[in-house]
Ligand binder design. Sequence first.
Ligand code: PEP
Ligand code: MN
Length: 338
Amino acid sequence: MVVVMRTDATEADVERVCEKVREVGGEAFVSRGTVHTIIGLVGDSALFRALDLDNLPGVDHLIQVGKPYKMVARSLHPEPTVVRVGSAEVGRSTFTIIAGPCAVESEAQAHEACRAAKEAGAAILRGGAFKPRTSPYSFQGLGKRGLEILAECRAETGLPVVTEVVDPRDVDLVAEWADALQIGTRNMQNFELLKAVGAAAKPVMLKRGFAATIEEWLMAAEYIAQRGNSEIILCERGIRTFETATRNTLDLAGMAVAQRESHLPVIVDPSHATGQRDLVAPMARAALAAGADGVMVDVHPNPDEALCDGPQALRPADLQALAEDLRALAAVLGRSMG
Ligand code: PEP
Ligand code: MN
């Protein structure tokens, strides 16, 4: 925090501010400019706020500096975090492929998609049982039955499962069945849901809100961390811009900023970012080249008949080809694949 003094502030005014700050254990650094004197404060900003410094004589205004997020900030935790999802690891040391259907539609469809994910070398399965759909007339997911099918897919493939939770009341149920809880783009600022997954004993994948700044995204992660769950994977999945040629605009620079600002792993979802099958592989390769910690892609045995997001779903053979490309690229870049 910085205290900016008025131009007519006296030495006594400056000293009064410094005294108050020191009384609560803080440090005060005075910098005398030609017009304003400013005082840089180091210490607990919550304590400083309680001092009501802006009402002291000679004080013009206060400026909050530093990051508003703390627990997820790299500045306070320089070592990158590795998040364990069942048997898989997500972090800087490895590149993780997560694949599966957008939605669990039936036993056969989910098994086929998850088998394709396993065969391609994915480390984690994805699939929505509770679907947050823009239209109330669209397929809403199979709910609890979807979770059971995902558990069967896990048993068959031996791979852990990430699946979305959309309602704070369902967190315990989903946490019972899944290896990681996904918070979708539409719920990134559903604070009650964030608090609920923050209290869960499973890792959380937090997708970036489609209209959220990186700071808002990290503040959402802070809600989860603050409740005691710091096993958080961030997922850049495209943001809404003026461009309509793609479903969203993939913000790869945003992914890199999130990695720079936070110690949490950051992955990319090129399926929801682009909405188009032919763009998924190039954007997945770009994500790896840009240093992402993994990708999450949709795969469907028969995308033309998908109940959700068919146009962006890879066919099993497409996923196989993409995974081979990613393995080759990872080797060139010196990244191992989880
Ligand atoms: C999903 O991953 O299934 C999904 C709904 O994605 P998003 O929240 O990014 O739209
Ligand atoms: Mn989808």
